[in-house]
Every structure is written in C-alpha cells, then in structure tokens.
Design a protein around this ligand. Sequence first.
Ligand code: NAP
Length: 480
Amino acid sequence: MRKHAAYVAGEWVDAGIGCNAIIDPASGKAVSGVPAMASRHVDAAVQAARRALARSRWASDARLRADVMLRWAERIERNVDALARQLTLENGKLLSEAQFEIGNQVNVIRFNAGLARALSGHSHSLGPKVMGVVAREPMGVVAVISPWNWPISLLVRDLAPALAAGNAVLSKPASQTAGVSVELLRLLVECDGLPEGVVGMLTGAGGSVGQALVEHPGIDMIAFTGDGSTGKGIARDAAPTVKKVALELGGKSPFVVCADADMDKAVSTLARFIFLTTCGQICTAPSRLLVESSVEKAVCGRLAEAIDGIKVGPGLDPASQMGAITTRGQYEKILGFIELGKKEAVLMAGGEPVAGVDHDQCNFIAPAIFTDVDPQSPLVQEEIFGPVLTVQSFASDEEAVQLANDTPFGLAAGVFTRNLDRAWFLSRGIKAGTVWVNNYNRFYAETEVGGYKESGVGRMAGFDGLHEFTQTKHINFDST
Ligand code: NAP
C-alpha cells in the first residue's frame, strides 16, 4: 500500500494522523493510504490561505498565475502514465480512460492559464466627470469538493479557473480517489512561483473535513461536484456564513433517437457512454433511451447485440472493455436497482452476474437494459450511476420533449436525427445544461457545463466557469 501525505498550510502532513485506506475495486486489496484529517487542519489551511492572499502577489498578478499554471501543465504532461495507473487502481476505470482523463488536464490548465491574462471588467462614462469602473476580483478562499468518478477532471475543472481568477484554493478530494488527487496537487505545489498557502489539499471524510470547509467563516465560496443530497446539505450549511455555492450534481440524461438517425452511430455512442465509460458512473450518463416507436424494435435489437459478450474486468487488463464499479456502496446500489428492474419492468438484455469473479471482493457488474418501464418508477426517476439503461418510446417530438423533461434532473441530453428542424425543436425543448446533437459526452475547456433543475447551480468551464470564481466591484470616480 502506497502512503500519501496531505498538503496543508504549506507543508506535507502525515505524522500523528490516522490513515484512510483506499481499496482497489477490481481486487478488494488496499492500494493507497491518505491521512484522515480533521476540522483543526481545515482551520490551519484557511489561516494560511488568507495569509498567502494578503502577503503575496497571487491575487493581483495574472502573469504570475499563468506562468505557474503553465509549469503545472507541463509537469502533468510528463507524468501521465504514472498518475493514470494510480487512478485506475483507485477508481477501477480502464487504463486507457485514465490516461485520457489525466492527459486532458494539460489542455484544460493551459486554456485557463491563458484566461488568467484575459480576465477583464468594463468601464462606463456615467456623465461629465463621472466614470464607473467595474472590476472583476477573486472571491478569496475557495473550497473545491469533488467526487470519485472522474476525480482528476472534476478537480481540475474547478481548481484551474479558481486559480486563474486569483483565488486561494483548498481542495477536498473524494476519499476513494484521494491518493491520485494528492499526487496531482504535488506537481502544482512544487512549481516555482506558487506562494506558500495558496493551495492546500485536505484528505479525510466528507462529513468531517468537507463539512468543516462548508461551515468555516474564512471560506468565501464552495465549488461542489457530487450527489444531489450532499449538495443540498452543503447549500443549507453554507447559508449561515452567506457563502457563494456552485453545485454540479447528478443527472438522468435522455438520449433521443429519431427514426431518421444514423443508427450505427447512435447505438455505438449510447452503448459507449451508458455502459463502457466508467461503467456508466458518469453524471451525464445517457441512462434513458427515448426512441421513436417505429424503430424501437430495431434499436433494441442492436443494443442487445452491442452488449453481448462485453468483457468486464480489471482496468489494468488490456482485454477489459468495462472496468470495476468504484465503491462497494455503489456496487450494491446498482445491484439493488437491477433487482427492482427485474420485478417492475422487462429485462430486455444483460443483467446477469459476471462469471468467474469473486463477488465478495471485486465490484464487477455487467450491463442491463430494461423495457416496459413505468415513467414514474425509481428506475426512470432516480440516478442509478451504473451500467443500467431504460427504454421508452415516443410517437411525436412533443412527446419526446415531455418524456425527456419528466425527471427532477436537467444535466445533459443527446439527440440523434438527420433532420435539422427536429434537432432544433428537440434541443431547444429539452431542459438541460448541455445537449449534444449526433454525438455525446464531448467536453471542451471552451464550453460551459452545468445543470438545469436539480442538476445544479452555476456553470463551470469556459468563460462563465472563470467568472464563477470572481465577484464584481464597481469603483465610481466622481470629479464633479
Ligand atoms: P458525494 O457522496 O456527494 O461526494 C462528493 C464529495 O463530497 C466527496 O469528496 C465527499 O467526501 C464530499 N462530502 C460528502 N459529505 C460531505 C459533507 N457533508 N460536506 C462536504 N463534503 C462532503 O458524491 P460521489 O458519490 O462522490 O459522486 C457521485 C455523484 O456525483 C453522482 O450523483 C454524480 O452525478 C455526481 N457528479 C456530478 C457531476 C457534474 O458535473 N454535475 C460530475 C460528476 C459526478 P467523501 O468522499 O469523503 O465522502
């Protein structure tokens, strides 16, 4: 087991603190250990971050921030393979996916490093001898709390713009993937020019370390990505200290297939993102297929073929097409939904236990597809966060929009059609922060993401993602 230290108040800390073990979900063995920190460490980190902002040039020198971030990106680029291997061991995802996840952060950090120097406000001539200057200033000390499914992407998605905007950032990674998160931060901390205390990473349980960050009066903003119920609690507990809260929460995304769609592309894209990628443990997973009635049978047949014989196994095995479910709790939750589906709906394909593995130690689950689902069933209404797909059919585009919007979520959607008018009608009608037309799950540093309805508040990535970590100040010059 590889032991990692946490980074607090400019120091690597591990002595005298209990250790949280991280279990490889493909073998049941402990692979990493991180310090089990407590609320007193949060206080020390907050004091150091405030001191760093007061004494250094970090908040006022965009070129310094850009230079440090570019150095960080370069160091990540040189360490992709080692970080990816560790990510696979802690998360269970395929090594190829882990390599993509780590490597892509180089691009995200470089984009945000450029944005640091482009951050600007505006000015107004408000009358003879009166000028209003609206400046964008950092929030101050930001806490970034992130989940385990795409732990490095989702950490960097918030950390990079928060730093680019001139904030100090304290991060609380998901406990399951804290080892690889700490190693990513090490590459930043060791960069020349970063003032001591501007970043920190606190490992430990969400209910203690995370909660202490949420309640601390010295934190100005929480950027949270995770489960809806955790997010609602964070919004409530941040209220007494009137912090800004950005929430990126769960989803139950519809994938609409019209009769005129490119069926090969639609089916392979759907199978890839609900089953193969992170075993469907992605917030934008297209977990609800909405298919035009006239092609329902044909599409279901192709989907059944697509999942037949999928090899589920350890992420480090090049033969595996799907890895392991990341945590034991998530594994049991998914199996519970599959059992519910067998009672309430028709199991159209899959849903059998993976053969030849020790189910007491390893979290392997094969895909499952359910038809004849009640639209109000938990199978359709709740986020399962695993390789489980429900199928519903529609007779008109109006019905497709109604079904698509009939859950509490609004994170993402897919629309497959060759008809531009239909693509326009469906993508404007669906209430979701992202709609992909004839593709799915494409993320770019340049384009914003976020949720409608219970999928979240605020936007990350792109220009809005940078602005999310700033506040405006109107300075009024009056010479009358
Ligand atoms: P989670 O249980 O809500 O945990 C997320 C983070 O919050 C972890 O770091 C966790 O720490 C911490 N936490 C737990 N309780 C806390 C508290 N009381 N105060 C402060 N922090 C606390 O979510 P998850 O199971 O890791 O992630 C899966 C969920 O994330 C899914 O719902 C998925 O849809 C959502 N997600 C959303 C997006 C998006 O962009 N919208 C992206 C990815 C995932 P511990 O690990 O120590 O518990």
